[in-house]
Write a protein that binds this ligand. Structure first.
Ligand SMILES: C[S@@+](CC[C@H](N)C(=O)[O-])C[C@H]1O[C@@H](n2cnc3c(N)ncnc32)[C@H](O)[C@@H]1O
Length: 262
């Protein structure tokens, strides 16, 4: 009985959290967003509201597919964040470190397709269940083939997949091979690895390009909702050490923080 009541209470909180809210019911540019909603929780709430009340159905369908059968992590607000970033920045050369089953990588491809611009999408991942000190990936499958299958499900062209750890020499050479427009760092969450990832990526992101660091909002004033967390110590420490002469934090959506190279 107690369990049932707490389940009902949780459901009610979710329904209330998705309602339409007037101050969020408008499309803003990234600059306007940063200006209008200075508080990290307000920025998060804006994107959460956009996802449930304004976003196109195809964005919701993509999230719905990956939120089932352990296909992906993340949050609805992150899908909305990527929609805004792609709509405004239109990144061409894109890299994700840490792919898991391809939720975000396929979203990048879908966004390029739906918003009508060309993308070249690369991903670096071991394609095993390799985790770190704070993450265990329990699904045993052929991750490489699984990512391809998930791309096929959405009728997307295959991405360029690189099998390895981001700290392997061959993978570092791949990161060095381009000036990227957008890099999403979401691989190993241990400080030493996340730090190396940020250092090598920051040397290879073009001026005006974005690095999005996942799980990086501990030690900030962000207070996560009941279904989420502010991230992990490793990436959060990396974020707290970023040189603000080289990067500007232009947005924060939950435990994702968006840094622009200046
Ligand atoms: C949190 S999951 C990534 C989720 C994915 N970014 C998404 O949004 O769907 C982290 C992934 O990074 C992989 N990984 C672990 N260590 C890594 C490393 N050193 N380099 C690249 N990927 C790594 C894990 O095996 C796992 O697939």
């Amino acid at each position: 009985m107690k369990h049932r009541l707490s389940q009902l209470y949780r459901q009610l909180k979710i329904i209330i959290s998705r309602r339409k809210i007037k101050k969020f019911d408008k499309i803003f540019s990234l600059t306007e967003l940063n200006h209008n909603f200075k508080n990290r929780n307000q920025q998060y709430n804006y994107f959460y509201h956009f996802f449930w009340n304004i976003s196109p159905n195809w964005l919701k369908e993509h999230r719905n597919y990956f939120s089932k059968n352990l296909r992906g992590y993340g949050e609805e607000a992150f899908h909305a964040m990527w929609y805004f970033i792609f709509n405004e920045i239109k990144p061409k050369n894109i890299l994700e470190i840490g792919i898991y089953r391809g939720q975000t990588l396929s979203l990048f491809s879908l966004l390029g397709k739906k918003l009508g611009f060309e993308t070249e999408i690369h991903g670096i991942s071991p394609f095993t269940s390799a985790g770190d000190n704070v993450s265990k990936y329990l699904v045993e499958l052929d991750y490489y083939r699984d990512v391809e299958t998930n791309f096929e499900y959405f009728n997307l062209l295959s991405p360029i997949l690189h099998k390895g750890f981001s700290t392997d020499e061959t993978m570092i050479n791949i990161i060095h091979s381009k000036q990227w427009d957008l890099i999403y760092i979401d691989g190993n969450h241990d400080y030493e690895v996340a730090k190396k990832d940020f250092v090598v990526c920051s040397a290879n992101i073009r001026k005006g390009g974005l690095i999005v660091l996942d799980d990086a909002s501990l030690y900030t004033d962000y207070k996560p909702p009941f279904y989420s967390t502010a991230g992990h110590p490793g990436p959060s420490k990396v974020a707290s050490e970023i040189d603000f002469n080289s990067f500007q934090e232009i947005l924060s959506v939950g435990h994702n923080r968006v840094f622009k190279k200046i």
